[in-house]
Ligand binder design. Structure first.
Ligand SMILES: Cc1cc2nc3c(=O)[nH]c(=O)nc-3n(C[C@H](O)[C@H](O)[C@H](O)COP(=O)(O)OP(=O)(O)OC[C@H]3O[C@@H](n4cnc5c(N)ncnc54)[C@H](O)[C@@H]3O)c2cc1C
Length: 416
């Protein structure tokens, strides 16, 4: 079923009785050419681009829960391509370009909203760092504007500009950045992959990876054994657990990250704002709630829920930036499982096991990467070699020392 203004009108006239399920409830077949483990954004996008770009449709996506139960439905929905390092900028900019055409590509309203992302700076040193970042972005053809204090004040006058500890001096703006409705991304990719023949199997946890002679031959699952020519792992916060089923030890730690939504208020914040003096970012959803978050909880965990000290820390940062939000009630909060890599950058690569491919290490920035990640992972699996866009995201860089340390924080996941 194709969505269009005509289909909406005709459904309205039929009392909305003719809508079809958005994807089939597929049964697991005995064998596939390619099986993707993990029905999050990255796994579903990979399946879609395998079918669309490479004509590979004998593909299954196995998801242990329901679609959207992982980070793809738990994030704060921010997209941007304001990176500094050569390995990162082209990849994230390709993702931004794919976001810009995504709704037409998927025939699905993912509510892509390029409302801008404003990173605030609070010192001369931070301004210089942002000027450098903005120049690197422009050299790669990415939009970036360095704003002074008055320009920022004109955009977001409700912030605390004269905060005694963290006065706002200006900001780096990427106007093409913004937000996307996160669960619509999962549903849109699922629908588009399903339409091309991909089987999406929910409630199908992978419990074993079978190897023969150093290559992958299939998977044990909650619904039985399935043979697979190739297997792609896209399990985000569970990556290390699933890779361990094949005997692989990954340079990844899993940590919890929480998100928060306030009660709904009238339109106030029409961009995404990030605090430069603490880890805090905020935007406003179309329903009116302020959506915000901060740092990871800071200890290793596989639980999809967080703890109170991080709530206090995030709210303190929010108050330092925008004291008026202290009068709002917090409506909801939740946690997701972050696959924190040791340099803060992702891995999209083949593994030492033939036929086994890895997509992981997204830290807390993998939502914005979803389209490019799926596109590059599909290329890597289909062609058995990385695309130039993900050539730097090698698994062996942690052994060879070719790290992509965007934050300059070293191997400390709590600082990325
Ligand atoms: C609170 C929060 C805020 C965030 N904010 C942002 C943001 O603003 N911008 C941004 O770019 N990124 C953000 N992120 C990060 C982003 O959400 C993730 O990096 C990204 O979603 C990870 O990729 P995914 O969508 O494929 O993950 P997931 O949706 O987690 O998909 C992985 C899937 O694998 C499944 N799985 C695991 N083990 C198995 C198994 N054994 N068998 C079968 N299936 C399995 C899981 O159930 C899960 O559905 C945020 C994350 C959180 C938690």
């Amino acid at each position: 079923m194709r969505y269009s203004i005509l289909s909406v009108l005709s459904q309205a006239l039929q009392g909305n009785t003719g809508w079809k399920p958005v994807w089939r409830d597929a049964e697991l077949k005995p064998a596939y050419d390619i099986v993707i483990v993990g029905g999050g954004g990255h796994g579903l996008a990979t399946a879609f681009y395998l079918a669309k770009e490479h004509g590979l449709t004998n593909v299954a996506v196995l998801e242990k829960g329901w679609l959207g139960s992982g980070n793809v439905g738990r994030n704060t929905t921010i997209i941007r391509s304001n990176y500094l390092l050569p390995g990162n900028i082209p990849f994230y900019e390709w993702s931004m370009k794919l976001w810009e055409g995504l709704e037409q590509d998927l025939n699905y309203n993912a509510m892509v909203s390029q409302r801008g992302v404003l990173n605030l700076y609070h010192s001369d040193v931070q301004r210089d760092a942002y000027a450098r970042r903005g120049n690197a972005m422009r050299l790669h053809g990415v939009d970036a504007d360095l704003l002074d204090r008055e320009q920022v004040k004109a955009l977001v006058p409700y912030l605390d500009f004269d905060n005694a500890r963290f006065p706002i001096q200006g900001g780096l703006m990427q106007r093409r950045g913004g937000t996307v409705r996160h669960d619509a991304v999962a549903w849109g990719y699922a629908r588009a992959a399903d339409q091309r023949g991909v089987d999406i199997v929910q409630n199908c946890e992978v419990t074993g990876i079978r190897l023969e002679g150093g290559r992958v031959v299939g998977l044990d699952t909650a619904k039985g054994f399935v043979r697979a020519g190739k297997v792609g792992l896209a399990c985000a916060g569970n990556s290390s657990r699933v890779a361990a089923l094949a005997g692989l030890r990954l340079p990844i730690e899993s940590h919890v990250l929480q998100a928060f939504v306030s009660e709904g208020i009238k339109p106030l914040i029409d961009t995404v704002i990030t605090f430069g003096a603490g880890h805090f970012y905020i935007s406003q959803s179309d329903k009116g709630g302020l959506v915000f978050g901060g740092d990871i909880d800071g200890y290793n965990s596989y639980a999809q829920r967080g703890n109170l000290p991080a709530v206090e820390d995030v709210c303190e940062s929010g108050m330092a930036l925008m004291p008026m939000i202290g009068r709002l009630r917090l409506l909801r909060s939740w946690g997701g499982l972050m696959d924190m890599s040791m340099d803060g950058s992702p891995i999209i690569d083949k593994t030492p096991i033939e036929g086994l491919y890895l997509n992981a290490g997204w830290c807390y920035g993998g939502f914005k990467a979803t389209p490019a990640s799926g596109w590059c992972f599909a290329h890597t699996i289909a062609r058995d070699e990385p695309h130039t866009l993900n050539a730097a995201y090698r698994l062996d860089r942690f052994a060879t020392g070719h790290l992509i340390d965007e934050k300059g924080a070293g191997a400390q996941p709590n600082l990325h």
